[in-house]
Design a protein around this ligand. Structure first.
Ligand SMILES: *Cc1c(COP(=O)(O)O)cnc(C)c1O
Length: 468
């Protein structure tokens, strides 16, 4: 499979390169040159198979000859070997036609483990083939960093450096990063905000000499391998509920538009998905854009579902590219507007066709808390605030319809215990395998917002000069 940039001015690349590349050199996002498709009989053949087998069939066409079948199978096996649930992403029925898809059984208790663990295996396998090392640098507001550190710990070919805003992430999130003892993992607490951390990371990628000598790689949500790893659970869940003969709808708590775009990918590949429902918290830029056609920055504020406190929803560019008939000029003009004036408008016909397949809802903080409380009363389940934002949106779908509606449960309630306790009075406890987290020793280096100090630290510690 070949990959092209949404902005039309970058060379085509293959899967092996896409795995380690973040933004394309023209600042666009890579997308596959064409969509692999499953026929209905092909989909029927997948039903009843294991998560790992379905993952193989979904991923293989995006990878082509860049990995052998044996290599891909090995990556998938290792990625999901230590999940807390044998099904990887189990479905739990919560109403007559409503299900939760639990994506939080990975080691760091949020859905980001599902994609990050596969990405680490793919990257390591490709690095070994090409006898090279890479240095991952990332900024995190919590969940991405912990998932990335856990996924890449102990890698023979990757060193990972994660920057987080000192004092501004939860204790659980911090400890999940700082308690990892592997020598290829470095956690940097930066005196500043998440935006400061992100700006430092961007500056390091923009420093050509630093970037090239350290072979920098990104693992944020625009990474294509993460997207397709997420498409897999749309297949497993829809097949379990009757696809391809019965269509299903999904409701997805959304920030960077990565997880829901993975659902759109599954739909493009032939999976019968009826509605894709974009669920946002009160940082509702996507809901406003889908209602009005105007994508307009207003400023981010803090909510009890912090992993969705975002206004630059990077993967939305991929959706626009598809709906604008893959015309890079249209994307350049939208993104130019965003950069220069903080807004752009979506053409009327394009908006109409997006709205045929996507609905949206923005949950207030009070609504989110009420849903957490109501779920506990109705089903006995504690859910996390991000999942609650999804369920608030699911409640807006017409109730007289027989299509199953699956809400993606993106985090374990114990990852956000204060918000859950505040809403219900009950404090969720950590799963057994993490019960000792709060007692593990921590390892972290604190930095002021000084680019060159941080670069020096990374250059000194990276193993890039050591041959494999
Ligand atoms: C990252 C995250 C989201 C948002 O996912 P996107 O792919 O950015 O839309 C939702 N919930 C949780 C718990 C997350 O960590």
């Amino acid at each position: 499979m070949r990959y092209i940039s949404t902005r039309g001015k970058a060379p085509e690349i293959g899967f092996a390169e896409v795995v380690t590349t973040g933004l394309a050199p023209d600042m666009g996002l890579y997308v596959p040159k064409d969509w692999p498709r499953f026929s209905e009989p092909q989909l029927s053949q997948l039903s009843g198979k294991s998560y790992q087998d379905i993952a193989f069939s979904v991923l293989q066409p995006f990878i082509g000859d860049d990995l052998s079948s044996g290599e891909l199978k090995g990556c998938i096996e290792r990625a999901y070997a230590n999940f807390g649930h044998e099904a990887v992403a189990p479905l739990v029925q919560i109403g007559s036609r409503a299900w939760l898809l639990e994506l939080f059984h990975g080691p760091t208790l949020a859905f980001k483990d599902v994609a990050m663990r596969l990405l680490s295996q793919l990257m390591d396998t490709i690095n070994k083939r090409t006898a090279r090392r890479v240095t991952i640098i990332g900024a995190t507001s919590g969940d991405t960093g912990s998932a990335a550190i856990d996924a890449f710990r102990g890698s023979a070919t990757v060193d990972i450096f994660i920057l987080y805003p000192h004092g501004r992430i939860s204790e659980i999130q911090r400890r999940q990063m700082t308690s990892v003892a592997d020598s290829n993992v470095y956690t940097l607490a930066v005196e500043g905000t998440f935006d400061d951390c992100q700006a430092l990371v961007k500056a390091m990628f923009a420093d050509c000499h630093f970037n090239e000598t350290l072979n920098l790689a990104g693992v944020n949500s625009i990474n294509w391998a993460r997207i397709i790893a997420q498409s897999v659970y749309y297949f497993t869940s829809a097949l379990a509920l009757g696809a391809p003969t019965r269509a299903v709808s999904y409701c997805v708590p959304t920030g960077n538009f990565g997880n829901i775009f993975a659902g759109y990918v599954a739909k493009c590949m032939g999976l019968p998905i009826r509605d894709l429902l974009v669920a946002t918290n009160s940082n509702n830029i996507l809901d406003r854009a889908l209602q009005s056609g105007e994508y307009k920055i207003r400023g981010v504020h803090h909510t009890i579902s912090p992993s969705m406190d975002i206004e630059i929803s990077s993967n939305f560019e991929r959706l626009l590219f598809e709906y604008y008939g893959r015309d890079p000029e249209k994307i350049l003009s939208c993104m130019g507007g965003l950069r220069d004036h903080g807004s752009f408008s979506i053409d009327h016909e394009v908006l109409c066709s997006i709205r045929k397949e996507f609905a949206s809802h923005a949950a207030t903080e009070a609504e989110t808390r009420a849903v957490i409380q109501l779920m506990l009363e109705k089903t006995g389940l504690l859910i996390d605030p991000h999942t609650a934002v999804g369920l608030a949106a699911a409640a807006t779908l017409p109730s007289d319809d027989a299509t199953p509606i699956i809400t993606l449960a993106t985090a374990h309630p114990a990852k956000f215990p204060d918000a859950v306790e505040d809403a219900t009075g009950a404090r969720p406890s950590l799963p057994e395998r993490l019960a000792d987290l709060l007692g593990r020793p921590e390892r972290v280096v604190t930095f002021s917002r000084n680019l060159s100090d941080i670069q020096k630290y990374i250059a000194q510690n990276s193993r890039i000069k050591v041959s494999l």
